[in-house]
Ligand binder design. Structure first.
Ligand SMILES: [Zn+2]
Length: 308
C-alpha cells in the first residue's frame, strides 16, 4: 500500500494532493455560494474561491490547466456573462493549486502570490514530507508566474471589499497565503487547513507541523468567530472545525515529542503505532506512518531547502 502510494506520487506529481489520478474530461466543476459575493468552485485539486461582482472576477487558486475552460464556464454561470478573470491569488505553489495559472495568465489575469511561491514556480521545486513522500514539480512558463509578489501581506481592493492576503510563514510550505474577504466574511485557508485526514505538509519546501499549528491558531484568533472557512480541500467549514483539526495536530505532535524524548527511532514509533488514537485521520494519501514521518522530520530539523 505504502509503496504503491509512493510510486503513484513519483509518477503523477500533478495528482499528488489528496486526489487520485484524474481523467480531467470527466471532472465537473461544482459551484457553492459561500457568502456575500464569494463562491467556492470544486473540481479536481484545491478548492477555488471566486469573488464575482461589478469589478469583475478574482479567483484564489487555479486547479489544473486542462480544467481552465470548465472553470471559466462555471464563472460565467455565476457572473451571467463571460467575463475574464482579472486577478489570480495563489495560496501555495503545489500544482493542484497552480497548474491552471498559465491558462489564466495567458488570458490576461494578473497573478499575485508570495515572493517564495514565485521562486518555486519559476525554478521548480522538490516537495515532500522530509521522508519517503517526495515529488518533483518542474519549472513553470512565464505566463504561470506571479506578476505582483509580497513578503508579508497585500490588500486587493475589489468588488467593494478589502481582500486581505497574508503570508503565513513556514506552515504547509514556505510561501503560503491565507486570503480574507473582509466584507463577505470568508477566508480561504489554502492547505493550512484541509479535510481529507492527516495533512500533507511539505517539509522539503520549508513547511512544518509547528508552522501548521501556528497558522491555524492565528486564523482562529484573528478572523471573526463566524467567518466561513474555505479549506484547501473539502467542504466549507467553521473556525470550530479549524480548532478541532488544530487539536489533532497538537496532540499527535505531543505523542511524537514524547517518543523522541524516550529516544525512540522513527521505525519504533511506526511499529508501536503511537498515533493509533487518531487512526480515523489516516488516509490513502497521508496514512498514519506518513504523518509520523512528517512530524518526526518537522521536529528533528528536516532536510528541506527553504528559499533564500
Ligand atoms: Zn498543497
Amino acid at each position: 500500500m505504502r509503496k504503491l502510494c509512493v510510486i503513484a506520487l513519483l509518477l503523477l506529481p500533478a495528482a499528488t494532493f489528496a486526489q487520485q489520478p484524474q481523467d480531467f474530461s470527466k471532472v465537473e466543476i461544482k459551484v457553492t455560494k459561500v457568502s456575500g459575493n464569494v463562491y467556492m468552485l470544486e473540481g479536481a485539486g484545491g478548492n477555488i474561491a471566486a469573488s464575482v461582482g461589478d469589478d469583475g472576477i478574482l479567483i484564489v487558486d487555479t486547479e489544473y490547466g486542462p480544467l481552465a475552460d470548465k472553470i471559466q464556464a462555471a464563472l460565467k454561470s455565476i457572473a451571467g456573462a463571460d467575463k475574464p478573470v482579472r486577478f489570480v491569488i495563489n495560496t501555495h505553489y503545489h500544482s493542484d493549486h497552480t497548474d491552471g495559472n498559465a491558462a489564466f495568465g495567458s488570458r490576461g489575469a494578473t497573478i499575485i502570490a508570495t515572493d517564495n511561491l514565485r521562486k518555486r514556480l519559476e525554478n521548480g521545486s522538490t516537495g515532500g514530507d522530509g521522508g519517503a513522500l517526495k515529488f518533483q514539480q518542474p519549472p513553470q512558463p512565464k505566463a504561470a508566474l506571479p506578476i505582483i509578489t509580497y513578503d508579508n501581506h497585500i490588500t486587493v481592493h475589489f468588488n467593494g471589499e478589502d481582500i486581505r492576503v497574508f503570508h503565513f510563514p513556514a506552515a504547509h510550505t514556505d510561501g503560503d497565503s491565507v486570503i480574507f474577504f473582509s466584507k463577505s466574511n470568508v477566508v480561504h485557508m489554502g492547505d493550512e487547513f484541509i479535510r481529507y485526514g492527516f495533512p500533507f505538509i511539505d517539509v522539503n519546501s520549508g513547511g512544518s507541523v509547528q508552522g501548521m499549528i501556528a497558522a491555524c491558531e492565528r486564523a482562529a484568533a484573528e478572523f471573526p468567530p463566524d467567518v466561513k472557512v474555505i479549506p484547501g480541500h473539502g467542504a466549507v467549514a467553521s473556525l470550530d472545525d479549524v480548532r478541532e483539526y488544530t487539536k489533532m495536530m497538537k496532540d499527535t505532535t505531543a505523542a511524537v515529542q514524547d517518543a523522541l524524548a524516550q529516544h525512540k527511532s522513527l521505525d519504533q514509533m511506526k511499529q508501536e503505532k503511537i498515533l493509533e488514537p487518531w487512526q480515523k485521520y489516516s488516509g490513502n494519501f497521508v496514512n498514519t506512518d506518513a504523518f509520523i514521518e512528517t512530524i518526526y522530520y518537522s521536529l528533528t530539523g528536516a532536510n528541506g531547502t527553504a528559499v533564500k
